[in-house]
Design a protein around this ligand. Sequence first.
Ligand SMILES: *[C@@H]1O[C@H](CO)[C@@H](O)[C@H](O)[C@H]1NC(C)=O
Ligand SMILES: *[C@@H]1O[C@H](CO)[C@@H](O)[C@H](O)[C@H]1NC(C)=O
Ligand SMILES: *[C@@H]1O[C@H](CO)[C@@H](O)[C@H](O)[C@H]1NC(C)=O
Length: 398
Amino acid sequence: MSLATIMMLLVLQIITSLLFTATASSSPNGFTIDLIHRRSNSSRRLPYTDQLGGSPYANTVFDNTQYLMKLQIGTPPFEIEVVIDTGSEILWTQCLPCLNCYNQLAPMFDPSKSSTYKEKRCKKSDQSCPYELIYGDGSYSKGVFATDTVTIQSTSGKAFVMPEFTFGCGHNNSGTLSPNTSGIVGLDLGALSLTSQMGEKYYGVFSYCFSAKGSSKINFGDNAIVSGAGTVSTDLFMKTEKPGYYYLNLDAISVGANRIETLGTPFHASDGNMIIDSGSTYTHLPQGYCNQVKEAVESFVQADRVTVPDVQLLCYNSDSIEIFPVITMHFSGGADLVLERYNMYGVSRGVACMTLVCGDPTQLAIFGNRAQNNILVGYDPSSLLVSFKPTDCSALWS
Ligand SMILES: *[C@@H]1O[C@H](CO)[C@@H](O)[C@H](O)[C@H]1NC(C)=O
Ligand SMILES: *[C@@H]1O[C@H](CO)[C@@H](O)[C@H](O)[C@H]1NC(C)=O
Ligand SMILES: *[C@@H]1O[C@H](CO)[C@@H](O)[C@H](O)[C@H]1NC(C)=O
């Protein structure tokens, strides 16, 4: 295949990877961010199972650059698959009647067929409550806020039902979403995210295990605690200027045995310098520090460089990612993550690239979903911790 095709592929992947971070949203009725109740004593066992003693969960699938979660909406329940996005807040899905929608293969949600669907009223005007989400590349979803029953599964064997769940019914949606997805589910710290709307008794605790090879699960509450041999944890930070995001603090990256500290660079921090975002494909770092990492990779690799115009990825003429050194991410508190080569590198038609994007220092640094492949990742905002456990994710629940 021609290099132009590869370039298109890479450009598309970068656009997709930038999609799901920065979102602007208007909340209905002036919802505010709930304060997270920090657990008073994390060694105490907490009652965050559902009424039947189960933990909520949902099945996930990989779709080229994104991980999708299956959930049901409405009465009778209508199944949708939506992008799992820890970098945004709102659940939205394409809704009939569609004024302007991207191509979606599965049938679209029809609110008129759901007996529990209710359009939200804005408090002030008593009119419908419009929303508009705008993503980094100009993609958007516009529609009205509504409530309906959202259902996922539970380890109890009974459905886990969330009545009157606030979501966006999108009637005008455009962008680069895959035809296999019906929208996005936000899992950030905002009041309208899935974890927030599940209720306080789950403490916002969830974990996922992404595998590019097969299906997996996202767990909530009790069953989402990540522990046991091989688990490492790092502090979770929240920032008042960007209240929804899960910030981690990256201290250093090792390229093979060459440890490159953030210390001495503008990227260095002790209260969080990058977000963890399941909705971004690639990992993004600010240019200065990022180039140091790239240079270390360059000095290791023996193959011939290929320059791909408009894509600043580091690429070589090679059929194999084995030419590249192993990358270790050092998060603060001694959480060292030795990554598989797939997590940081990719190969397409004889060109092997490092999937690290060096961005403008004003943009957020992002720990993306590809780098999280084959790691059980646990978010625990109540204990202000994110935990990682290297795991064969496709084998975990099969
Ligand atoms: C937390 O609970 C453990 C076990 O019940 C107890 O030993 C410890 O003192 C408690 N810590 C605090 C800070 O309350
Ligand atoms: C996405 O949809 C296409 C067309 O139906 C299908 O061939 C492909 O396998 C789907 N991808 C995933 C990951 O399901
Ligand atoms: C959809 O939204 C876009 C962007 O705001 C707007 O330009 C366009 O007119 C809208 N399309 C329809 C059919 O309402």
